[in-house]
Design a protein around this ligand. Structure first.
Ligand SMILES: NC(=O)c1ccc[n+]([C@@H]2O[C@H](COP(=O)([O-])OP(=O)(O)OC[C@H]3O[C@@H](n4cnc5c(N)ncnc54)[C@H](O)[C@@H]3O)[C@@H](O)[C@H]2O)c1
Length: 253
C-alpha cells in the first residue's frame, strides 16, 4: 500500500505524453485518477489502462466552467481531491513576434496559463476540505530561458512559475503545497508534431544526456513532489531536463 492509496488525483492533459505517464504512475500507486483531457478517446484509453479507480473526463481547460465541472465530477465520484496536476498544454503555431497572429498568442496564453488559474481556483476549496494537498504545475525549461518563435509559450511558462510561487504563499497555512516542474525535451507528440527532425536532433545534441526524456522520467518527479516525502517543499520549481540548462559543453569527447 502506498501513501497515494485512496487519494484522488486530477491529471490534466492525461490522454498523452507527460500527463499519461503520470496518470499511469499515480494509478500504479493506488490513487483514484481523474484522466482529464480535451481528447475524449485518449482519456478513455488511459483510464482503461489504469483500470478500476480511474475516471476519464473530457475537459477543455481553457474554459473556466469546464474546469469547475472537472473538480465537481471528481468530488462527486471519489468524495475528495488531494492532488491537482495542472499539466495540459499546447505548443502553438510558431512565428516571430512580428508575425505572430494575436489570436494564436491569446490561445496559447489561455491554454498554458489561464487554465492553471481556472483549475487551481476550482480545486482550492476541495483541497482545503481534504485537509491539504498538492498542486503540481507543468512549466518547462522555457519557463526559465527564452526560445525564438514560441514567445507565447515561453511567456506562459515563465508566468506558470510566478503563479506557482503566489499559490504557495497564499495556501501554505492550509497545508496546500504548490510546485512547478520544468521538463527539458520529452519524447511526446507535442514535440514530434511541433518541431522538424533537424530541430529535435539539435535539441538532443544540446542535451548532455544525449536523448529526450521518457514521460515516465518526468512522472517520477511529479509523484515525488506530490508525496509526503516532499512535505517541506513548496513554491519552488524543479528542472528535469537532462542537463540542458547546466551550461555550454565545450569538449567533443
Ligand atoms: N514534451 C516536452 O518536451 C515538454 C517539455 C517541457 C514542458 N512540456 C509541457 O508538458 C505538458 C504536457 O505536454 P506533452 O509533451 O506531454 O504533450 P502532449 O501533446 O503529448 O500532451 C498534451 C495533452 O494535453 C491535452 N490538451 C491540449 N489542450 C487541452 C485543453 N485545452 N484541455 C485539455 N487538455 C488539453 C492534449 O489533448 C494532450 O493529450 C505541457 O504543458 C507542455 O507544455 C513538454
Amino acid at each position: 500500500m502506498s501513501e497515494f492509496t485512496g487519494k484522488t488525483v486530477i491529471v490534466t492533459g492525461a490522454g498523452s505524453g507527460i500527463g499519461r505517464g503520470s496518470a499511469l504512475a499515480f494509478g500504479r500507486e493506488g490513487a483514484n485518477v481523474v484522466v482529464a483531457d480535451i481528447n475524449e478517446e485518449n482519456a478513455a484509453r488511459v483510464a482503461a489502462e489504469i483500470g478500476a479507480g480511474a475516471l476519464a473526463f473530457k475537459v477543455d481547460v481553457g474554459v473556466e466552467e469546464q474546469c469547475r465541472a472537472l473538480v465537481a465530477a471528481t468530488v462527486k465520484k471519489f468524495g475528495r481531491l488531494d492532488v491537482l496536476f495542472n499539466n495540459a498544454g499546447i505548443g502553438g503555431r510558431r512565428a516571430k513576434i512580428g508575425d505572430m497572429p494575436t489570436k494564436e498568442w491569446l490561445k496559447v496564453i489561455n491554454i498554458n496559463l489561464n487554465s492553471l488559474f481556472y483549475c487551481t481556483k476550482a480545486a482550492i476549496p476541495e483541497l482545503k476540505k481534504a485537509g491539504g494537498g498538492a498542486i503540481i504545475n507543468t512549466a518547462s525549461v522555457d519557463g526559465l530561458i527564452g526560445m525564438s518563435t514560441i514567445s507565447h509559450y515561453v511567456s506562459a511558462k515563465h508566468a506558470v512559475i510566478g503563479l506557482t510561487k503566489s499559490c504557495a504563499l497564499e495556501y501554505a497555512a492550509d497545508n496546500i503545497r504548490c510546485l512547478a516542474i520544468c521538463p527539458g525535451y520529452v519524447d511526446t507528440p507535442m514535440v514530434s508534431d511541433g518541431f522538424a527532425k533537424a530541430e529535435t536532433d539539435l535539441i538532443t545534441m544540446m542535451t548532455p544526456v544525449g536523448r529526450p526524456a521518457d514521460p515516465a522520467e518526468i512522472a517520477n518527479l511529479v509523484l515525488f513532489l506530490a508525496s509526503d516525502k516532499a512535505s517541506f517543499m513548496t513554491g519552488s520549481f524543479h528542472q528535469v531536463d537532462g542537463g540542458i540548462l547546466a551550461g555550454f559543453r565545450m569538449h567533443a569527447d
